[in-house]
Design a protein around this ligand. Sequence first.
Ligand SMILES: Cc1cc2nc3c(=O)[nH]c(=O)nc-3n(C[C@H](O)[C@H](O)[C@H](O)COP(=O)(O)OP(=O)(O)OC[C@H]3O[C@@H](n4cnc5c(N)ncnc54)[C@H](O)[C@@H]3O)c2cc1C
Length: 488
Amino acid sequence: MKTTRRKFIFTATSASLGALAALLAVSARAAKPDGKQAGLVVIPERKVPVLAEADVLVCGGGTAGITAACSAARHGAKVILIERWPCLGGMGTAALVNGWHRSDREKVVINGLVEEAAERARKRGWIEQVKNFPKAFETHWFDPEGMKVVYQDMLDESGVRTFCYLVAGEPIVEGGKIRGVTVETKEGTRAILARIVIDATGDGDVAAKAGLPFEYGRAGDSLVQGMTMMFRLSDVAPDIVNSHPKDADRVFRLMKRLRDEGKFVPFNEGAAYSYLHSARAPDVSYNMCPVAGNPLHEEELTQLTAKARRQVHQYVELWRKEMPGFKDAKVVQTGSSLGIRESRRVRGLKTLDAQMVVKAVKHSDAIGHGVWMIDIHDPKGSGHTTWTEQKPETMVPVGQSYHIPLGMCLNATMPNLAVVGRCASSTHEGHSSVRVQTHCMVMGQGVGTCAALALGTGVDMARFDVCKLQAQLRQDGVYLEDVPHKEM
Ligand SMILES: Cc1cc2nc3c(=O)[nH]c(=O)nc-3n(C[C@H](O)[C@H](O)[C@H](O)COP(=O)(O)OP(=O)(O)OC[C@H]3O[C@@H](n4cnc5c(N)ncnc54)[C@H](O)[C@@H]3O)c2cc1C
């Protein structure tokens, strides 16, 4: 078949490959905690054809990557987005994570592209506002299948050139700047080049391989938050479930007893209690199946994914037997990926921490607002989460929100590489708040807009006039209030 691929040949320099080798060693330490290596091979320097070129290359098509790509394209940049999976939306679609948080429990403070995606989904019947909106923690439930279409429409209509089925491989680094990444196509290794690269991989793959420093896990034992296999059941009878609170209490106690005796698998107690006591519809997503481990270790992740799928069937077998309303329940879907909350957090110019979250701190370089609490799922996989306790010291006060600063997405090392989404710069605790989808979308929109405007004026993103960026974001529907002129 004839292709229109350009003939330009890119040669990886020994400098960039040398830097890569050193930096790969850093990321490998986090990825392979056992430190075992099966040996080393030498890959000779080679010429790699360029597959495509753009102003902005976004690596990763989760919520953060989608909004980064759309906003950069809408502000005039030629944008390419590459995504390793066959759909867009990341954890929100592939892992079935279908809840959004947009409100400070008095008013909605997250709009912009989040509102646009919600509006598109609303028109097709793919999103549902929660009953006591906006006073609830959750604001919307959406259909992950529908959202795949919404996100693709937004990218296509913005003029973004999107490639699914492509993994961002090695960063191509020259003279302290990133020039693009390699990708493995069916025809061999290719390069995609750009003036600005945005790492939206969730795991900070590009930034880590390019040598940016990153944190991994919590202080003390370096464990990251627990993971969850989301699943969907069909044929649940909500009326029956909702009218049997005593059975729900009994089954919940039974689950806990069996688990404590080592005869049953772990589960998220707060979530399981709620699912047993109130069913919203015959077919919803369940968020209660915990596992723990290293999400950067592919073999371990494979085993954890399989383990979690086995756990799901154990819950359902027990509920079908014991709980009225679940007699006919069937597992119709598990996440095509295990739900991963946390891996690398790439160190930026600013690091969002717990105090910035719970004290609703404002920043001069704000690109939007965050509302979610410190929400840590037990890194050892018990299923316990700080969300269930809702201690005052972990909560953002009602009616208040914190600023998401641009500085958490930019870094001091590589001026044309930004990081958005759950891998942006934060502490383990700050991350547990800012990792939620709407907050990642705010980051994506802020950085994508900044990238396009900075390219237009020929300055680095960190040097672009932040007041102009904020004015543009407001014009684009982003909620942004009370930006202090000086840091607080
Ligand atoms: C079980 C669970 C429950 C959660 N509950 C909620 C909730 O109720 N509400 C909420 O808002 N948030 C929730 N979250 C958090 C939220 O889903 C994620 O933190 C958020 O979706 C992260 O978005 P992201 O775009 O940064 O990363 P991701 O969604 O992880 O997207 C990254 C994308 O990059 C792609 N990618 C990765 N590496 C590469 C590569 N090298 N090359 C190309 N592509 C790559 C991935 O395939 C993926 O599509 C939950 C998370 C989990 C796991």
